[in-house]
Design a protein around this ligand. Structure first.
Ligand code: PHE
Length: 337
C-alpha cells in the first residue's frame, strides 16, 4: 500500500514537471507502458494475502484513474501553450505572399492553337521520337548520300552512327506512312535539333509542325487552301499566303511559304524587313521516291507535306525580337504572352 502511495506521488510530480509533449509521453510510457510501474504494481496482486487483495486492487485502480486524469489535463495545458507559441511567431496582419499563377509557354500556346485549327480540317495528331534513325530522317526522305544536310557540321549524330537527333519533323511522315495505309491526314508537332550557332533567329533546338495529307488526287491547290485557312485562323482574317518555288529532296514541286506580315499588313516594316512577307514554312507535293520508300503506290496516291517553324510564328505573333528569350525561362518574360 505504501508503495502505491510513493508511486502515485512520484507519478503526479513527473506529470507536473513534464516540459513539453515529448517529455509527457515519456512519463506516460514509464508509468503506464506495457512494462510500466503501474502495471507492475498490478502484478504484485498475487503475492498479497487474500483478505487484502480487494483493497489493494482498488487502490491501484484509483492510482490509474488519477494518473490518467492528471496526464490528460497536463497534455491539454502543454498543447495550448504550444499553439500560443506558434501564433506568436506569426503576424497575422501581414499581407499574404503572392504566389504567381503559371502560364503556358508561347511555344505550347501556338502548338495547341495550330492543332485546334488543323483538327477542324480533319487532321489528327501524330508523334515521333526526338532520337531518329538516319533512314527515317534522311534516306526515306530521298536525301542522296552526299546531301549537305547529312553533314556532321549540321546534324547531331549519336554514338550509334545510324541514329541522330532529328533535324526536322519530317521523319514522322515516314513513320506514319510505314504503319498506316492511305488515306492519311496528320500533323506532327515536335522538337528538332540542328548544329546552328545560336543568334537572334537561330537556335540549336527549335520546334516544327509537320503536316501530311495523302489521298487520291491531292493537289498543290489543297495545300494552298489549307495553309491559307491556317494563316487566317492563326494570324488574323486578312493574312495572305504566297508560294515561292524552292527545293526539298522529299517534295516535288517544292515551295517556301510566306505569310503576309501581320504587323504592317504587307506594307513593309522592321519585322518583315520591308518585304511585307514572312517566311513560315517549307512545303510541297510528296516526292514519288518517298512513297516508294514507305510502300505506297505513287500511281495511286498523291499528297502534300509542309513543315512550319513554330518559333517563327511565335516571334511574329507576339513581337519577340530574339529567339533566345523563348529558352531562357524567365517566367516574368514568358508570362506576358
Ligand atoms: N522538313 C523541311 C525543313 O525542315 C520542311 C518541309 C516539310 C518541307 C515538309 C517540305 C515538306 O526545312
Amino acid at each position: 500500500m505504501e508503495q502505491i502511495e510513493t508511486t502515485k506521488t512520484a507519478a503526479l510530480d513527473a506529470i507536473a514537471n513534464a516540459n513539453g509533449l515529448d517529455e509527457l509521453d515519456a512519463v506516460r510510457v514509464q508509468y503506464m507502458g506495457r512494462k510500466g510501474l503501474i502495471p507492475d504494481l498490478m502484478k504484485h496482486l498475487k503475492t498479497i494475502p487474500n483478505e487484502e487483495k480487494r483493497a489493494y486492487g482498488q487502490r491501484v485502480n484509483d492510482l490509474k484513474t488519477a494518473f490518467q486524469e492528471a496526464l490528460d489535463a497536463r497534455k491539454q495545458e502543454l498543447e495550448a501553450a504550444a499553439e500560443e507559441t506558434v501564433t506568436a511567431a506569426f503576424d497575422l496582419t501581414l499581407p499574404g505572399e503572392w504566389r504567381g499563377v503559371g502560364s503556358k509557354h508561347p511555344i505550347t500556346q501556338l502548338t495547341e492553337r495550330a492543332i485546334r485549327i488543323f483538327q477542324t480540317l480533319g487532321f489528327t495528331v501524330a508523334d515521333g521520337p526526338d532520337i531518329e534513325t538516319v533512314f527515317n530522317n534522311f534516306d526515306a526522305l530521298n536525301h542522296p548520300p552526299g546531301h549537305p544536310a547529312r553533314d556532321v557540321k549540321d546534324t547531331f549524330y549519336l554514338d550509334d552512327p545510324d541514329t541522330l537527333l532529328r533535324t526536322h519533323t519530317s521523319p514522322v511522315q515516314v513513320r506514319y506512312m510505314l504503319s498506316h495505309p492511305p488515306p492519311i491526314r496528320i500533323i506532327a508537332p515536335g522538337r528538332c535539333y540542328r548544329r546552328d550557332t545560336p543568334d537572334a533567329t537561330h537556335s540549336a533546338n527549335f520546334h516544327q509542325i509537320e503536316g501530311l495529307y495523302v489521298a487520291e488526287k491531292v493537289s498543290l491547290a489543297d495545300l494552298k487552301g489549307d495553309l491559307s485557312h491556317f494563316a487566317r485562323e492563326a494570324m488574323g482574317p486578312n493574312t495572305k499566303v504566297r508560294f515561292r518555288p524552292h527545293f526539298f529532296p522529299f517534295t516535288e514541286p517544292s515551295v517556301e511559304v510566306d505569310f503576309s506580315c501581320h504587323v504592317c499588313g504587307g506594307k513593309g516594316c522592321r519585322v518583315c524587313k520591308n518585304s511585307g512577307w514572312i517566311e513560315i514554312a517549307g512545303a510541297g507535293m510528296v516526292d514519288p521516291n518517298v512513297f516508294k520508300a514507305v510502300g505506297y503506290d505513287p500511281d495511286k496516291v498523291t499528297g502534300y507535306a509542309f513543315g512550319m517553324g513554330i518559333e517563327r510564328i511565335a516571334m511574329i505573333l507576339f513581337g519577340i525580337t530574339d529567339i533566345r528569350h523563348l529558352y531562357e525561362n524567365d517566367a516574368r518574360y514568358l508570362a506576358q504572352f
